[in-house]
Design a protein around this ligand. Structure first.
Ligand code: NPQ
Ligand code: MG
Length: 368
C-alpha cells in the first residue's frame, strides 16, 4: 500500500443541547478529521481534541499544527505505511497523543479497507453489539436533571453517568437514585474537579452504590487517587490520568484505580487502547469505552473496541443523536439500549459527501 496524500479537514457540528462539565459548557464541536489516500483505498481518522485545552493539554489547532509540521511528513517519508508501524514512526515527537491517534486511525482504516477486514475483527471484538451508557451534563437544577435522565432511560440507555463538580454532586446523585431506583446502573465523572481535601465530602457518595467515580482528582495526582481510594468506598476509575498501557499498569499496581476508562484518542490510538485493555484484563480490572463527542467515524471505531471481552461495563458509546441532530455518517441509532458493531471493511462506514460538505469549514492537502 502506497500513501499518496493526507487531507486535514475541519468540521463544525452544533450540539443538540449545551453540554456542561466541571471544565465548561460546550455548545458546538470543532473537529479535525484526517483522510489518507493510498493506491488501494482511502482511510478516515478523527481527532478528539477540543477547541480549548480544558479536558487535557491538547487542543484542535495544536493537533492540526503538529500533524501538518511533524507527524504527517514523518509518515509520508517512511515509505509504505503499515498501521502497526505508525506509532513507532511518531514516537520521536513527544506527546500529542490525540493527533497521533487520528493519523494512526486513518492509516489503519485505509489498510483494513484495502484488505477487506473490519476494525472489530482487527481489534479482537467478541460481540456483535454493545450495551450503551450516556453521559449527562451538569444542569441548572435537579428537576431538569431528572427530566433529562428520564428521557435517556426511555430511549433505552442502560447506564447513566452524571457529570459532577463541587456544589453539584451528592444532591443530584441522591435525587436520581431516589427517582429511578437501586437497580439503575449509575456512576459519576468529576473531570478533576476535586482535591484530596474533599475526601470526606466524596465519602458521602458511598451510600448510593455508584459503579464508580471517574477522575475525581488532577490528572497528574496518581498518588492522591491511591489515598482517596483508602478513604471512600466508591470504586475509583481513571480517565485523564491514563495516557498509555504503561500508565495503566502503574496506576493499577499502585492501587490508584479499580476501573479504567479507555479513550483511544487520549492514549495515542486504537492499538495502544487495545494494549490497555490487555493490561487491565490481566489484572482483573474492568474497562469501558469513553467518549469525546465523536462523529460516526470515531463512534464506529469506539463501538468496535467496546466489543472486546474486557469491556465489561457499558461505555459512553451513545447514539449519534445524543450529541448531533445530523451526523457526517449514517447515524448510530440505539436498538434496545445497544449499538451494532459495524462489520464492513475498515470502519464499516464513511462520511455522506453532502453532509460532510455542509459542516466543513476548511481543508488542507498534504503530500510528500
Ligand atoms: C469524559 N466525555 O469522559 C468526557 C469529557 C468531555 C462523554 O463525558 C467537547 C469535546 C465536549 C469533548 C465534553 C464525556 C466534551 C468533550 C466532555 C469531552 O470525561
Ligand atoms: Mg471522563
Amino acid at each position: 500500500m502506497k500513501l499518496t496524500g493526507v487531507e486535514l479537514r475541519r468540521i463544525s457540528m452544533p450540539l443538540v443541547a449545551p453540554f456542561r462539565t466541571s471544565f465548561g459548557t460546550q455548545t458546538s464541536r470543532d473537529i479535525l478529521l484526517v483522510r489518507v489516500t493510498t493506491d488501494a483505498a482511502e482511510g478516515w481518522g478523527e481527532c478528539v481534541a477540543m477547541t480549548d485545552p480544558l479536558y487535557s493539554s491538547e487542543y484542535v489547532d495544536a493537533a492540526a499544527d503538529v500533524l501538518r509540521r511533524f507527524l504527517v511528513p514523518a509518515v509520508l517519508a517512511a515509505g509504505p505505511p503499515a498501521a502497526h508501524s505508525v506509532a513507532g514512526i511518531l514516537a520521536p515527537f513527544k506527546g500529542h497523543r490525540m493527533a497521533k491517534a487520528a493519523l494512526e486511525m486513518a492509516v489503519l482504516d485505509a489498510e483494513l479497507r484495502a484488505e477487506g477486514r473490519s476494525f472489530g475483527r482487527e481489534l479482537g471484538a467478541v460481540r456483535d453489539r454493545v450495551p450503551c451508557g450516556v453521559s449527562v451534563g451538569i444542569m441548572d437544577g435537579v428537576p431538569e436533571l431528572l427530566d433529562a435522565v428520564g428521557g435517556y432511560l426511555a430511549e433505552g440507555y442502560v447506564r447513566i453517568k452524571l457529570k459532577i463538580e463541587p456544589g453539584w454532586d451528592v444532591e443530584p446523585v441522591r435525587a436520581v437514585r431516589e427517582r429511578f431506583g437501586d437497580d439503575l446502573l449509575l456512576q459519576v465523572d468529576a473531570n478533576t474537579a476535586y482535591t484530596l481535601g474533599d475526601a470526606r465530602h466524596l465519602a458521602r457518595l458511598d451510600p448510593f452504590d455508584l459503579l464508580l467515580i471517574e477522575q475525581p482528582l488532577d490528572e497528574e495526582d496518581v498518588l492522591g487517587h491511591v489515598e482517596l481510594a483508602r478513604r471512600i468506598r466508591t470504586p475509583i476509575c481513571l480517565d485523564e490520568s491514563i495516557t498509555s498501557a504503561r500508565d495503566a499498569a502503574a496506576a493499577i499496581r499502585l492501587g490508584a484505580c479499580q476501573v479504567v476508562n479507555i479513550k483511544p484518542g487520549r492514549v495515542g490510538g486504537y492499538l495502544e487502547a487495545r494494549r490497555i485493555h490487555d493490561v487491565c484484563a490481566a489484572h482483573g480490572i474492568p474497562v469501558w469505552c469513553g467518549g469525546m463527542l465523536e462523529t460516526g467515524l470515531g463512534r464506529a471505531a469506539n463501538v468496535a473496541l467496546a466489543a472486546l471481552p474486557g469491556f465489561t461495563l457499558p461505555g459512553d458509546t451513545s447514539a449519534s443523536g445524543r450529541y448531533y441532530a445530523s451526523d457526517v455518517t449514517e447515524p448510530f441509532v440505539l436498538d434496545d439500549g445497544h449499538l451494532v458493531v459495524p462489520t464492513g471493511p475498515g470502519l464499516g462506514l464513511a462520511p455522506v459527501p453532502d453532509r460532510l460538505a455542509e459542516v466543513t469549514t476548511a481543508t488542507e492537502w498534504l503530500t510528500g
